[in-house]
Each structure stands twice: as C-alpha cells, then as structure tokens.
Design a protein around this ligand. Sequence first.
Ligand SMILES: Nc1ncnc2c1ncn2[C@@H]1O[C@H](COP(=O)(O)OP(=O)(O)O)[C@@H](O)[C@H]1O
Ligand SMILES: [Mg+2]
Length: 739
Amino acid sequence: MGETVTSSGQAGRIFVGRQREMGELTTALESSVSGRGRLVLLAGEPGIGKTRTAQELAQEAEARGVEVIWGRCYEEEGSPPFWPWVQVIRSYVERRDPGPLQLVMGAGAADIGELLPEILQKLPGLEPAPALSPEAARFRLFDSITRFLKAAGRSQPLVLVLDDIHWADEPSLQLLQFVARELEDSCVMVLGCYRDVELSRQHPLSDTLARISREAVYQWHLLRGLDRNDTANFIESAAGTNVSRSVVEAVFTHTEGNPFFTTEVIQLLSDRGELAEVTVGGPEGIRIPEGVREVIGQRLNRLSGDCNQVLSTAAVIGREFTVNLLNRLIEDLSEDKLLEVLEEALAARLIEELPPNVGLYQFTHRLVQEALIQELSLTRRVRLHARIGGVLEDMYEAALESHSSELAYHFSQSEAVTGSEKVVEYSIMAGEQAIQSYACEEAEVHFRRALTSWEEQATDAEPAEILYGLAQAVAATGGRSAAPEALGYLERAFQYYLDAGDVARAVEIAEYPVDHRAGTTAGMSDFISRALSMAPPDSQQEGRLLSTYALARYKETGDYDRARDVFNRALVIARQQGDLALEMRVLADASEAAWWHLSLPEAVEYGRKVVELSAQVDDPRAESQARTYLERATAALGDAPAARRGLSALLAHAERLRAQPQIIDALARNAEIGFFTGDWEAALDFCDRGLALAGVQPYIGSVRALLEYERGAFAEGWSHMEGLAGFVSRTSTELTGFR
Ligand SMILES: Nc1ncnc2c1ncn2[C@@H]1O[C@H](COP(=O)(O)OP(=O)(O)O)[C@@H](O)[C@H]1O
Ligand SMILES: [Mg+2]
C-alpha cells in the first residue's frame, strides 16, 4: 500500500511558508543569544504547525551553537508534577558532568534535587536548605530553577521549548510566570506552544497568559492555515510529483490549509492511488473525508487488524508508549510480530520513534491518538485502563511512588471494574509526592479524587491520611481564606486518628501550622485544646501546642491575661528542658499576641529575645514572625530609625531564606514605615517590588493608593483603589482576616 508519500518519512521534514513567524522567532533567538532573553508563545488550533514551527526554530538555534531542550505536556493526567520542567532539567543534567553541573546550579542544587533526586546522586553531599512552609519552599525552588537556567544560559545560550502548555499542570504554569519575570537579562529563550481553542476563561493558562503578557520579554503569534500557494507547495513536495491544480484546490478547500489535515488527506489519497489518477483525470472521483477524525479513521481502516489492535491499546496508554509495556499487554502477539506491526504503523507515519530511548514511541499527533480512543467502546476503554494499571503495578513494583500519578490515572479511569481501593491508594501516594515537590495544586487534585472515591465506597485506606494531605494542600494554595477549610480537614483527620487510638499521630496533626490570623480560624483554640489534653505532660509537644493555643485563643477572645499565663506555662516547660527551639517559638508567638494587645514594650522584649536566640537556633518562621512584631512595636513606640533598621534586617532575612510570602510581608512593612516617616520614594519602591511579586496584595495596595493620594496623583491612586475593590469582592471572606 501507499505510493510515494511517506515511507521515506519525507513529509515530516518539509517545511513551507511561515516566513513571517520564522523571521520573528529568529529575531527573538538572536536577541536571547545576545543576552536579552525572550518568551515567545505560538498559539493555534491542533495540527496547524506549532510543534513543527518550533522544531524549525530549534534547528536554527542548534546551527548557531545554542542548546535546545524540550519539555512536553500531555493531556492524560498521570504526568508527575512539574513534568515539562522536570524533562527540561533532566535532559540538561543528563548531559553534564558533576563539576560543570555544580557550577551552574550553585547553592540551588539541593532545592532542585528535591524535584529531581538524580541531582542528589550526581552531586553527593549537598547541604539541605532550611525547612520552610510548602508555599515558601516553592518560591525558593522557583528561584533556584530560574537562577540555574540563567547561569546555564551564560555558559551556553539556551532555548527551552515547552510544547502543549495548555495541558501543563498549574504548578508548571506558575513556574513559567516566575521564569518569565527573570528572562530579560538572560541568554535564555522560552518558546511555548498551546492550543488556543482549548482555553476557557477558567483555564489556568488564561490566567498565566494575562500575567506574562505584561512582561517586556513577551511575544505572541497566532498560527493560521497555510495559504493556497503554500498548500500547493506542500502537497507537491509531500507527494514528490506534480499534482494538478484541481487536486490542490479540492484539498485546500477541505483542509483550509491546516497542515496536519492536509498531510493526512494526501496520505489517504496516495494510499488509495488517487493522487496520480486525479492528476490525469480531474478531481471528480476524489472523495475527501469531511473531518480530521474521519481521514484518520479511513487511514486506519487500510492497516491490518493487528496493527489497529496494537494502536488502540497504545492510545489508551498515552501519547507516548513503550514496546515493553505493549508486549506485556498484548499477549496474543509474539514480540517479533509486535515489532512488525509497529513497523507498519511507522511506515504509515501514525507513530514515530522517540530517540534516544530504544523502544519508545509516540503518536505523530495527538489527533491520531484521539481518533483511536474515540473508536473504542467505553467498556473496552475501561478494561484497557484496568489492564494497563495492573501491568504498570508489576513493572514499577520497586518504584511505585515515582509512578503514582500514572497509576492513579489508569485506576481512576477503570474504577468501575477495579474498584476504589487502588484509586485511593495511588492518589494518596501521588498527593504526597506532589506535596514533597511543592506542587500543591496537583496535590489538591489527587487528594480530592482520593476523598471522593473513598466517600463513594469506603475502603481500608486511612481517610485521615487523605484529610491531612488535603489540609496541607489547601492551606498552601488557598492563602488566608482557605484556613477554615484546611482547619476543618485537620480536625476530621485528628478525630479519625483518635478514634483509631493513634494519639501520637492525632496530636502531631494538631500541630500543623495553619496560618491562623485574626478571624479566619475561629474555633481553632477548641481544637488545639482537645489535642493538648492528650499530649504527654511536660513534653515539647505540649509546649508547642500550648503556645499555639495561647495565640489562637487570644485572637478569638482578646483575653490577654489568660494568654500570658499559658505562654508562661509553655516557657516553664522550655526552660525545664533546656529547649531553646521551644523557647524561641513561644516567645515569637508571645510577641505577636503582645503586639495585637498593644502591649508594645512586651512585644519588643519578647521579639528581642527571639532575635538573640536565632543566633543559636535555626527557626526561620519564628524569626520572621518575631522580627515583624518587634519592629512594628518599636515604630509604634516612636523609635522610627531603629524600626527602619530592623525592618531592613527583616527583609534581608526573608531574602536570604528566599521565602516569597515572608519577602512580600517584609516589603509591606518597609513600605508602611517609609510612608509614615515621609520617605515616600522608598515607600513607593517597596510597594512596587511587593506588587511585582504578589500581584494584588491588599496591604501593599492600600499603602500604594495612599501614597498616590498624598502626592496628589488621584487618578493613579484611584486605579489602585479599584484593584483593591476587585480583590475584596473576589475574596470577601479574606476581609475578616485583614490586618
Ligand atoms: N509549515 C509546515 N510545513 C510543512 N509541514 C508542516 C508545517 N506545519 C506543520 N506541518 C506538518 O503538519 C503536521 C502537524 O503539525 P504540528 O506542528 O504537529 O501541529 P500542532 O503542533 O500545531 O498541533 C505535522 O506532520 C507537521 O510536520
Ligand atoms: Mg503540537
């Protein structure tokens, strides 16, 4: 079968048209090579040529000595968190020796190693960075990755192609935003492709696009269909012979210049032997199928039954698949026969090999995979997912964790036959993996799926683990307004452990630090006091719980005397045990309570002690907390110069930690003192830095509006007020916690 078109694979290498886009991409490439990095996005419908155009740019770049790395996103759930970025970093790491790698990764190697453990193997003996909350640790991870990319670009310019980012996980998009902000002075070009037709306004990419489009480094191109001339060129080169004008016309009318559709139609006509025929006899006899799916369907019909069976199975595995896995799934074909069948599909250019790995293939286009999946009945699809899940479990027996999202995906697709147990088991595993790599939005997806499956059909799995995971994910992604929800999950998890008699674990859960600011977590003190009654007397745990309890209860009731008593009890435990870390923690909480109660000298006294202790104890969270209230109290007591020095130190501390929430907080405090002491230039600068990091932030936004008002710039002030009003109406519950 087939005539001239594809057995040579020629069609894949032809590139027609796109002069304007290639011109702009090349300019962006040159700019990046010379130290002004660029972020370029290519949008367009499926099959329009986004990937192909990116490949062309990649070739151009490589010809100029630029290193090109690809990160691909897939529609199937089941990719690990940060997948496109993991692929990029992994390719880079694989190609480097430890020495040069250490050089470009610098101090961030340990952070990035949390995402890619192979780095830790390649660079043994890395000092782990200090532990932070998931939210702050994520910022540090982003920062380390960005620094690494910039350093890598300095040693050899870099092009990163992120393909199909409309399927990227949310954490990956956040990282893209972060990287975009830093590209300006780098030798790194990021080229992203996405399907604009997939984007609803709720799609996370829409939000990312809105943000990154404000960056100076940003460019965007919409690919449309090839024009008549380019289509004619394309058909002739692909067919390798002259084709009559009327064939071109017929194909162009049907495909509207979509190169994928065009390729498939030519291939079909060629398989049917109609290209040449029509060239002679005119187009009357040509029947061109209406849509892409139909063309692919007709092409598949021309392949053997075995080939169709193998491809259907492969399609359910995903866009990429291995011979190894297929071989285990398809028992009635010998390995030789399987390879033969794959050759058949390769020749038809429905699949292609993915070097450098042997035995790794992918569908030449997602549309091919989609067409295959759609032909399967629901029952067959579900059974296939079940089989795939089972075989993957065997294959990955020794490394289930790192494949947990894939397993969770296949088992959730086959829940009707395999039941909930596996969905719950692997979703929990995948959620925990995601938390560990600070992909909290992903974690939330996994834990929510686990909870739904668990609720629908109780399994042996521990619901407390799900609830605890969900609490962590929600607390990290939802900000302050999510605190009550997070706390609700913690309480439920706590109760489950209690009922199961696992007191130690219950108490441990009660200690999880939810951001408990005024008003958002009413009822927290009750919950903590229940945990307190179970903690071993005079233990460190009791000390920590007492401290949390005292602060939470003070915020709920305003009873400062009672809070002070409880703090003192906690301090007694700390001093009895000689536990400086506990002492530091208690004093930090106490300085916060004192500030809110306007017991300013006490806030200063406790805060100072914490700063002293920080020379001996490493507790970044307590240190930031105490420095904040110490300096606010110092300013309120009238010593503005001291407070300004202290707040600079607070900012420096946060920057050293590379902890974004703390940095934003510190910028807000510095803006505030600048404003009140009349140093408006400095205040403006702090505000702008804070807003650049945080987007809308109510505290900084209001200082910013006031500043404009004081300077008489009412219109600018008003625009900040409008931003604030929008923020408030979106998250009215946050108002109660507004400080
Ligand atoms: N400008 C072009 N010249 C020749 N072939 C092209 C061109 N653009 C796309 N193609 C071919 O069309 C098919 C679909 O293109 P692809 O880049 O995969 O689309 P997308 O990524 O937009 O879905 C591929 O086989 C590709 O080689
Ligand atoms: Mg593509």
